[in-house]
Design a protein around this ligand. Structure first.
Ligand SMILES: Nc1nc2c(ncn2[C@@H]2O[C@H](COP(=O)(O)OP(=O)(O)OP(=O)(O)O)[C@@H](O)[C@H]2O)c(=O)[nH]1
Ligand SMILES: [Mg+2]
Ligand SMILES: [Zn+2]
Length: 314
């Protein structure tokens, strides 16, 4: 007990052996090697901090402990501004961003759009999940489906699910298979419950919905990567009260609204921000109902909030 056989079958590369970061806490990273073993690792001083989902090189030091010696280039990284308006990485290397919303707590469409923009601009596929469908009667479900149809029309996968009744889980599971996906969204919408439902062996602490505020208790504190039983990874992330895309220039924002793209460059002014300028092709498209006025309004809200904010990198 407590001893590890020296690795003879797989000699270490000059910069160490490959590993995956499952979670990052303060100075410590939880790392998994190719055999599925988990190690507590520190990171060499000259390196940036690791983030959940990172592919790294590392060297074992003590049993169950090691040192990260290199971080491989990230395919994607999701950033968000923290409370001090500094840019923080949430997770890396996911190819799908699953925005979880629920009938309770109620959600803001502008926040949903913010996540979709972030996904579009980092090159991950956005997926929308409406959890707690068990709380919706037929009429309110119809209403919500109607309101969300703008997203299916522009090609976003949308799933109604209930982690409680398992309704809709099979379809979602199919969507997640063989991808690395991250669950994002407000606190209390049921992200951790969804992980639990898809990986029933896991024991994750699930917060109880506060009757008083209608908001979920803040349970998840760091992003954590899980392996799906039939292929693919799923990252749970801490809930937020608010999300705005970080590290994005206002001039870039319109590219994050995928249905705007055919009109970009068609406005009278080459630097049109689509915020009421004359001859705006996007405004015209909204008037003609080819794009949704609500999405354009949310785009404008984001332009305004970005003007008021200038996050610094941490
Ligand atoms: N009615 C109903 N309640 C649900 C469902 N899924 C989750 N809940 C409840 O919603 C509350 C919040 O669930 P969590 O899974 O902790 O939510 P979370 O999104 O992980 O929250 P944070 O970790 O704070 O971001 C818990 O009380 C769950 O029991 C569902 O499908 N139906
Ligand atoms: Mg959680
Ligand atoms: Zn314009």
């Amino acid at each position: 007990m407590g001893t590890r056989k020296p690795r003879t079958s797989r000699p270490e590369a000059p910069h160490g052996q490959p590993g995956r970061i499952l979670a990052h806490y303060g100075q410590i990273s939880l790392l998994q090697d190719d055999d599925g073993e988990i190690y507590r690792c520190s990171t060499r001083k000259n390196l940036p901090r690791t983030v959940c989902g990172d592919r790294v090189r590392w060297q074992a030091s003590n049993p169950r402990e090691g040192v990260i010696t290199g971080i491989e280039e990230r395919d994607t990284i999701l950033l968000r501004p923290d409370h001090h308006n500094q840019v923080r990485p949430v997770a890396a290397n996911m190819d799908q961003i699953v925005v979880v919303i629920a009938s309770r707590p109620s959600f803001e469409y502008v926040m949903l759009d913010s996540y979709l923009v972030a996904a579009e601009l980092i090159g991950a596929r956005p997926v929308i999940v409406v959890n707690k469908s068990d709380l919706l009667d037929t009429e309110s479900r119809d209403k919500l489906e109607q309101r969300l149809s703008v997203y299916t029309r522009i090609g976003y996968p949308l799933w109604f699910i209930s982690t409680l009744t398992t309704d809709g889980l099979k379809n979602l599971h199919q969507q997640l298979r063989d991808h690395t996906s991250i669950l994002v969204g407000q606190s209390g919408v049921g992200k951790s419950s969804l992980i639990q439902a898809l990986l029933p062996d896991l024991d994750i602490r699930i917060g109880s919905l506060s009757q008083v505020t209608g908001l979920g208790r803040h349970t998840t504190t760091v992003a954590m990567l899980y392996h799906l039983p039939d292929g693919g990874d799923l990252i749970d992330s801490p809930g937020v009260r608010d999300f705005s895309p970080a590290d994005i220039a206002v001039e870039e924002l319109h590219h994050g609204f995928r249905e705007f793209r055919p009109y970009i460059g068609q406005c009278r002014f080459h630097n049109c921000r689509h915020t009421g300028e004359p001859g705006c092709a996007i405004q015209d498209a909204a008037r003609a109902d080819t794009i949704s006025q609500q999405r354009l309004d949310n785009y404008r809200k984001l332009v305004t909030s970005m003007g008021a904010r200038n996050p610094r990198r941490k």
